[in-house]
Design a protein around this ligand. Sequence first.
Ligand code: ASP
Ligand code: MG
Length: 440
Amino acid sequence: MKVLKFGGTSVGSVENMCNVKNIINDGKKKIVVLSAMSGTTNILVSIANNILNDKPNEAIEKINKLHETYFSTIDNLLYNESLNAEVKKYVTEIFNFLVECTYQEYSLHLENQIVAQGELLSTYMFHNYLAQEGIKSTLLPALSFMRIDKNKEPDLFYIKQDFESVFQQTPKANIYITQGFICLDEEGNISNLQRGGSDYTATIIGAVIKAEEVEIWTDIDGMHNNDPRYVENTKPISNLSFDEAAELAYFGAKILHPQTVTPVRADNIPVRLKNTMNPQAFGTLINDNHIENGVKAIAAKDNITAIKIKSGRMLLAHGFLRKVFEIFEVYETAIDMITTSEVAISLTIDDDKNLDKILRELEKFSVVEVDKKQTIVCLVGHSIVNHHETYKLFQILQDVKIRMISYGGSNNNISLLINADDKITTLGKLNHYLFELVTL
Ligand code: ASP
Ligand code: MG
């Protein structure tokens, strides 16, 4: 059985929902994971922010507007009157619940309940749309099997057990629809797999049922070799290894949730990225084949903070690195890049929530400099560190100032740290040097 996940744009309009219907209606048994309609989760997050900032009226205004948008989508989608009425009733209950939330005091628990509504709306609408089109489907409520543990990792033991029991109890159908993104936490409260988490839902389910393949359907022909938002003439990459895909997803390729391939790589379950608006395109196939072909893709991750730590008496005295790393561990802050010299170390973080506290600790034994608004540009390809054409990337040194370089940490990744303002130039120039210049 396959797992197919459709993102926000794929369920974001009547036309695209019709495309999804055509893609899944091939008579084969499958699990369909849906995101919220595009834009919905952002609005739900901002409603939660309004509650946090004591602006319930702004929240209510947004809720009413979103309610109207959903009603007009339903009118376009469901001409069957009884289904139309049934879906409107369900949707109204959700919007009434959201209004009730605005009377409550903010808590993370409340926010999680609010942001969970998007996937509940999209799956219910889509399930009824299929019914109208004469296609039988069954809803599998994600909140009855998807669960994370206290480290916010999927609790695979529990998920497997509950998924199987929910699956057996549901009426039989070819198409099983479930919500991406949402789950319960270890205490049974509503939580989620972080923004973009529907991809992760799909591969978690894929691992649990040992799926033959997981397909992630979006609005682009697979993973591109550079960021199409900033660079012209980018091309889809037909094959990526799990390692390459993981590096790209982590370092900024927005198309995939960073953890997407984690659940399926051990069982070598392929992940295929496909375009709902152009199903004929090959897309990108991610599996454990390693094809050595130089730099395959470039991605950028923004909002990076660089920290340079100099110790007066260092000359890399032993124990210095341990002291530094311990501080980041205490404040649960992951380090992405690191370079060292004889007298200083530079490292980067993307989560600066605890930056002030970290700096206070570091300043007790070192001189610290902080640069915000940095960007990591990440180059990925199997064994690029050894590839004979990789040198070409260093032509970039004549065009922009590089703050840090990480080379050789892994054979498959080279990272550059630059000023955020230089991102577009850097991506464009690297595209030119690595993908457009023909080798003599
Ligand atoms: N709806 C959620 C989000 O926008 C999850 C997803 O789309 O993958 O982040
Ligand atoms: Mg996504």
